[in-house]
Write a protein that binds this ligand. Structure first.
Ligand code: NDP
Length: 258
C-alpha cells in the first residue's frame, strides 16, 4: 500500500515569508497566496502608507501579515529589515525576491542613469536581499529562495536593454546560488512571468496593437492575471518542491515554448 504520510504538503503553516515589493502587483498576489496557505508574511517596499493599508486589509481578511519599510537598493536598509524580521519572528523560511522596476527605451536612448536605476533595483537589490537571506537560512539549514525574473531574462525584445540584462543576471544568480546553497538544504529557484496586468505594466498594455501582439505571442491567447502567479510561488515555497533547485519556472501561457 502507498504510504501517503510521506507525501509532502503544499501548506505553509508556521513558515515565515518575506516578499519584497509586496505592496502591489505580483508581489502582493504572491504574498496573498503564501498567506492563504498559512504563512506569516512580511511585506517590504519603500512606501509605508501602501504597506500599512495592505497589511490592515490582509489582517482584516484573516491572513497573518506584517510590514517593514525598506529600500532593496540600500544595504543599510536591507540589513535593518533582516534585523527586524529576526527580532520579530526568529527565523526566515521563504524569501520572494520580487521588488523590481522597468524603464523601456530604445538602446540608443538609454541614459546611464536609467541603466543604474534598473540594475540597482532588479539586480543589486536581488543580490543584497538574497545574500542576507542566505546567511540566515544557512544558520537554520533550511529555506526557499524564489527570485522573480521575467521571460525577458531569456528572450530578446526591443526597448528592454537594462531590464533584460537585469533579468538575465537573475537567472544566472539563481543557478549559482542553487549550487552553493543546496548543501544547506536551501532551494533557490526563479519564476519568470510573461506580461501580467500590474501597476508596472498597465500603461504599457494600454496600446491596443501592443496588447494584441502580446496576446498573440502566448499559446493560451491571453495576458497573465495576478492569480496566475499564485500557484507557482506556493509550489516553490512548499515542501512539494523539495527536489527542485536552480530552476527557472516560466509562467507565460506558453510564450517561450513556441
Ligand atoms: P509593480 O510596479 O506593480 O510593483 C513593484 C513593487 O516593488 C512595489 O511594491 C514597489 O513598491 C516595490 N519596489 C520597487 N522598487 C523598490 C525598492 N527599491 N525597494 C523596495 N521595494 C521596491 O511591479 P510588478 O508587480 O509588475 O513586478 C514585480 C516583479 O515582477 C518585478 O521584479 C518585475 O520585473 C517582475 N515581472 C513583472 C511582469 C509583469 O508583467 N508585471 C512580468 C515579468 C516579471 P515601492 O515603489 O513603494 O517601493
Amino acid at each position: 500500500m502507498m504510504d501517503m504520510s510521506r507525501f509532502p504538503s503544499f501548506r505553509l503553516d508556521g513558515k515565515v515569508a518575506l516578499v519584497t515589493g509586496g505592496s502591489k502587483g505580483i508581489g502582493l498576489a504572491m504574498a496573498c497566496a503564501l498567506g492563504l496557505h498559512g504563512a506569516n508574511v512580511v511585506i517590504a517596499s519603500r512606501n509605508a502608507d501602501d504597506l500599512k493599508k495592505v497589511t490592515e486589509d490582509m489582517n482584516h481578511q484573516g491572513l497573518n501579515f506584517s510590514w517593514i519599510q525598506a529600500d532593496v537598493t540600500d544595504k543599510e536598509s536591507v540589513h535593518y529589515m533582516f534585523d527586524k524580521i529576526i527580532e520579530q519572528h526568529g527565523r526566515l523560511d521563504i524569501l520572494v525576491n520580487n521588488a523590481g522596476m522597468n524603464i523601456r527605451k530604445p538602446l540608443i536612448e538609454v541614459e546611464e542613469e536609467d541603466w543604474d536605476r534598473v540594475l540597482n533595483t532588479n539586480l543589486k537589490g536581488i543580490f543584497l536581499v538574497g545574500q542576507a537571506a542566505a546567511k540566515q537560512m544557512m544558520k537554520q539549514r533550511s529555506g526557499k529562495i524564489i527570485n522573480i525574473s521575467s521571460i525577458l531574462g531569456g528572450i530578446g525584445m526591443p526597448f528592454q536593454t537594462s531590464y533584460a540584462a537585469s533579468k538575465g543576471g537573475i537567472n544566472q544568480l539563481t543557478k549559482v546560488w542553487a549550487s552553493e546553497l543546496s548543501p544547506y538544504n536551501i532551494n533557490v529557484n526563479a519564476i519568470a512571468p510573461a506580461y501580467i496586468k500590474t501597476p508596472m505594466t498597465c500603461a504599457w498594455l494600454q496600446d491596443e496593437e501592443r496588447y494584441k501582439e502580446i496576446v498573440r505571442n502566448t499559446m493560451m491567447n491571453r495576458i497573465g492575471e495576478l492569480e496566475d502567479v499564485a500557484g507557482p510561488v506556493v509550489f516553490l515555497a512548499s515542501d512539494a518542491s523539495n527536489y527542485i533547485t536552480g530552476h527557472i519556472l516560466y509562467v507565460d501561457g506558453g510564450w517561450t515554448a513556441k
